[in-house]
Design a protein around this ligand. Structure first.
Ligand code: PNW
Length: 503
């Protein structure tokens, strides 16, 4: 009996991770497989986020977010000492963005709402009509031009007034976020049919409440980050339940969450290690929402419990969500948003790595890149298109072929208009999505990151992800299409993967 279970288990993992000792990502290309055309209803679009493009940080009654405060108080932490005070000035120049969107002929546009622009103190009593007017204008103009709005409720810019209570380290955030989300449904839900509660919980919780490399700079590795994940999942689940019980009948939209993950490979082809690594990378947040059983992956709960005991703790640093919350969170999404940028090989290090305690220590693997992989301007971003194809198949098998929306995928450089590497990256990654669809994966949309060059967080304006270059020296912030914009336009028009020499 046991051997049968073990054999079927390892057959399943071999299917997901491949049996060959893999060499991947070496020339940033990917061979096409199957139908060369995307399905008719597949949606192509681009993504941005409020703090990274809007500017107008204190205009028309907007409140302060933790990114306003952080960049103002800690300019030394930003590579070029810059901030998002003005950025691409999309708050004033939305028409320039709209022109680019129309020029690309996108099917949808993913943008985020700045919580503090419409509720300056975070509380819904602090309603700011001018902020609401701005998003009404954006939504209405998109729809008037046949572009579907896809709205992220939270892309890292927490109101400072909410952080005063502890932000995601306090379970109060569940109610605070729920009230904010409900107002968004009331204000915009008649026209917005795709909602993303949170963008990249990993990047909210690890840098914000674990290693303290981003606001709110809480340093509590292996403790604060897990608290943040737990509260964030509850806020997400509660928001989904509210939508379904009170708004869905009238508004008929979909609510999901966006998770960021790479895929993992092993030079030694250790499939059990790969399966374990994916539980830590994606399972931690996806398993509670998308699996049949719900809650955090049992391997994480048991390993972290054991580690916590060794540290002399009475309580594990990561606990089960409990029956009540497990039920609320399980199944609390109509789709899975995925931000995919890159992948890694994993190795078991000779000695334990990372601070004790920390998520890094709990995870236990070393994530390494292949020096042959092509690297972007960002030092963490390598071109590994196989990773995206594999990841989509992994999700298909692991989470009952849930609908997936690729909510971000893109490449950084220094801002050159002839961005050939970007073109190559988009070609191979859009191919990865098409291959996955041809293999039965339920992927319904793809969003390139990003429409325009923008404020790249701690890297300021030194790493450019835009399809359109933004003239940061000009008060008007004119947008100019790069080669990648012209190429992406061809993708959208042909609904296939054209040759790069066509641009
Ligand atoms: C995403 N990593 O962040 C964010 O959603 C965007 O706001 C951001 O501009 C974009 O990707 C490019 O960085 C990530 O280190 C940042 O693996 C870093 C990583 C992943 C995602």
């Amino acid at each position: 009996m046991w051997s049968l279970i073990i054999i079927t288990l390892s057959l399943a993992t071999i299917e997901q991770f491949g049996s060959e000792a893999l060499v991947v990502g070496t020339n940033c290309t990917l061979a096409p497989k199957g139908n060369p055309k995307f399905p008719k209803d597949f949606s192509f679009g681009v993504s941005t986020s409020a703090y990274q493009i809007e500017g107008a940080w204190n205009a028309d009654g907007k409140g302060l977010s933790i990114w306003d405060e952080y960049t103002h108080n800690h300019s030394e932490r930003i590579t070029d000492g810059s901030n998002g005070d003005d950025a691409a000035k999309s708050y004033y120049n939305f028409d320039l963005d709209l022109k680019a969107l129309k020029d690309l002929k996108v099917n949808h546009y993913r943008f985020s709402i700045a919580w503090t622009r419409i509720f300056p103190s975070g509380e819904t009593v602090s309603r700011n009509q001018k902020g609401i007017d701005y998003y009404n204008k954006v939504i209405d103009k998109l729809l008037a031009n046949g572009i579907e709005p896809m709205v992220t409720m939270y892309h890292w810019d927490l109101p400072v007034e909410i952080q005063k209570f502890g932000g995601f380290a306090n379970s109060l955030i569940i109610q605070q976020f729920l009230q904010y989300a409900e107002e968004l449904f009331k204000l915009f839900g008649d026209r917005v049919k795709t909602w993303i509660t949170f963008n990249e919980p990993n990047m909210i919780c690890k840098p914000g409440y674990g290693i303290a490399s981003s606001p709110p700079l809480v340093k509590a590795p292996g403790v604060g980050d897990y608290m943040c994940f737990t509260n964030l999942l509850k806020a997400h689940g509660a928001t989904y339940r509210l939508y379904r019980s009170k708004y869905f009948e009238k508004q008929r939209g979909k609510v999901g969450i966006t998770l960021d993950t790479g895929f993992v490979f092993s030079k030694l082809n250790k499939t059990d290690d790969l399966a374990r690594a994916m539980q830590y990378k994606l399972g931690m947040l996806a398993h509670p929402i998308y699996s049949k059983s719900g809650d955090f992956p049992s391997i994480m709960l048991s390993e972290i419990k054991k580690n916590s005991q060794v540290e002399g703790r009475k309580q594990p640093r990561l606990s089960s969500l409990g029956g009540y919350w497990t039920d609320i969170i399980r199944g609390s999404a109509d789709f899975l948003g995925i931000n995919y940028y890159t992948s890694r090989y994993i190795e078991r290090p000779a000695k334990a790595i990372g601070e004790n305690p920390s998520m890094e220590r709990d995870y236990g693997f070393e994530d390494i890149f292949d020096p042959n992989w092509q690297r972007a301007k960002s030092n963490w971003l390598y071109c590994v298109p196989e990773g995206l194809e594999r990841l989509l198949k992994y999700i298909r098998d692991e989470f009952n072929n849930v609908e997936v929306k690729i909510t971000e995928n893109g490449w950084s450089d220094g801002g050159e208009l002839n961005d050939d590497n970007s073109v190559r990256y988009y070609k191979s990654h859009v191919q990865a999505v098409l291959n996955a669809i041809n293999d039965g994966c339920n992927v319904s949309s793809y969003s390139a990151w990003s429409l325009i060059d923008n404020f790249e967080w701690n890297k300021g304006y030194t790493e450019k992800f835009g399809l359109y270059s933004v003239n940061m020296k000009s008060p008007k912030r004119e947008r100019t299409p790069k080669k990648s914009a012209i190429y992406y336009k061809k993708i959208i028009k042909s609904r296939s993967v054209p040759n790069e020499d066509e641009v």
